[in-house]
Design a protein around this ligand. Structure first.
Ligand code: 17E
Ligand code: FE2
Length: 421
């Protein structure tokens, strides 16, 4: 048994003690009221405790390929895909797994425990998928990983793409993917979205479509996805990733679209660092930001969250899996710097991601649930966002994954300085 003492839970002014027993949260009570005689004690000193971060969109089979795959000189999505397509056959399951583990470690050290990874299945050998299926099993004590059968080169534009997606689902992928804006024709794009929903219903899987990742305001596959998901009764199991084109839609269309999005119950993922980098590349000035309408979705109670997407791949040369940096970028790019958003900032990398991943109630820090949580070096959401606060501790099913010391020199040395003035 362990008692985590003096925890500051989100939106709660009174410090709490958390009793962990057999990997579960046995009790949460006011500080000092849980007897801890026979327990290990860990004092959190009033630091913020919350559910682990969720990274609902990453490509673990791509991590650390940027260096060897040559430069993406235009910085566009399409040249990223071309570069990947040219070089992917050089990869083996062993190389992919080793790199994915390094990427995953970075994610874990940033406080993430729930991950959805898209795996390229436009490969007759399904090399990446085999690596990811093994990885998902090997690391399950450290992270929950969902795998998306993602046809990077198209469900129909790549020969046999549809069959490979279906094969991946039979082999154990959790989620159906698609990339309608990349298909040769709009008709093929629409067909791919309908097929993704159909396969999800057939195999009882989730859906996550790379949807409208372009500045083309005529790319409107999100309406097809939302309608098909709603019509098939799987809105809550469906996600639209990126939806960058929404940043270029005219308001008259967006107004109509939002009614459908809301009714459908689908979730949205924005990848701020990748899309500020990839989009706007065909613009001179003014240059578009190319992100989806995150603020408007929050205002309309449409579920939206942030994700990392890339760690050093042909699409984005940076990224380290630390969602605090992603959150920081997203808040700036999406104009979320008003109190009502900043005071709930962590929702975008915790609960909203958990809803997208369809994790259910067991995700939350409540008595009887698995003891999985993180400790953040902050007092509240605003403080965490402003300071890009570090995760000091990560606990999973009652086991300590890591613990870091909080840096304290800054505040102390500065207070001395200011006294002198
Ligand atoms: N593939 C894709 O289609 N879009 C992206 N943003 C990445 C890979 C990273
Ligand atoms: Fe992606």
């Amino acid at each position: 048994m362990t008692v985590y003492k003096n925890a500051l839970m989100r939106n709660c002014s009174q410090l709490k003690d958390i009793l962990v027993k057999d990997g579960k949260i046995a009790k949460i009570a006011d500080s000092g009221t849980i007897s801890s005689e026979n327990s290990e004690k860990i004092d959190l000193n009033g630091r913020l405790v919350c559910e682990p971060y969720c990274d609902p969109h990453i490509h673990l089979d791509y991590v650390f390929t940027a260096a060897s795959f040559g430069e993406n000189s235009t910085g566009t999505l399409f040249d990223g895909i071309a570069s990947w397509s040219d070089s992917k056959s050089t990869l083996t399951p062993e190389i992919i797994k080793e790199r994915a583990k390094k990427g995953l470690l970075e994610q874990l050290l940033g406080g993430t425990q729930y991950i959805r990874t898209h795996v390229d299945v436009t490969d007759p050998k399904l090399t990446g998928l085999k690596a990811m299926l093994e990885l998902r099993e090997e690391v399950k004590d450290y992270a929950d990983i969902q795998i998306v059968a993602f046809p990077q080169e198209g469900m129909y534009s790549y020969k046999g793409g549809e069959e490979l997606v279906e094969e991946a689902l039979k082999m154990g992928a959790d989620c159906v993917g698609a990339i309608p804006h990349f298909e040769y024709t709009a008709e093929m794009g629409t067909r791919s979205v309908k097929k993704a929903v159909e396969l999800a219903v057939k195999y009882n899987k989730l859906v996550d479509v790379h949807c409208d990742e372009t500045d083309d305001d005529m790319s409107r596959f999100v309406e097809v996805l939302a309608y098909e998901a709603m019509d098939n009764g799987i809105g809550e199991k469906t996600t639209a990733s990126h939806t960058c084109a929404m940043g270029s839609y005219n308001n008259a269309y967006a107004f109509k679209l939002f009614k459908l999005l809301k009714r459908s119950g689908i979730s949205f993922i924005s990848c701020p660092t990748e899309n500020i980098h990839l989009q706007g590349r065909y613009d001179n000035y003014p240059k578009r930001r190319g992100l989806t309408r995150v603020k408007e979705m929050l205002d309309d109670n449409i579920n939206v969250c942030f994700a990392q997407d890339s760690i050093c791949d042909p699409w984005y040369p940076l990224g380290n899996g630390n969602l605090m940096y992603v959150l920081d970028a997203g808040f700036h790019i999406c104009h979320l710097t008003a109190p009502q958003y900043m005071n709930r900032a962590l929702d975008l990398i915790t609960s909203n991601g958990a809803k997208t991943l369809h994790l259910g109630d067991s995700y939350y820090l409540r008595e009887g649930n698995p003891a999985s949580f993180i400790v953040i070096d902050a007092k509240n959401d605003f403080d965490a966002l402003r300071n890009r606060a570090q995760v000091l501790m990560s606990v999973r099913n009652g086991k300590l994954l890591f613990r870091k010391e909080a840096p304290s020199f800054g505040e102390e040395s500065l207070s001395g300085y200011f006294k002198m003035q």
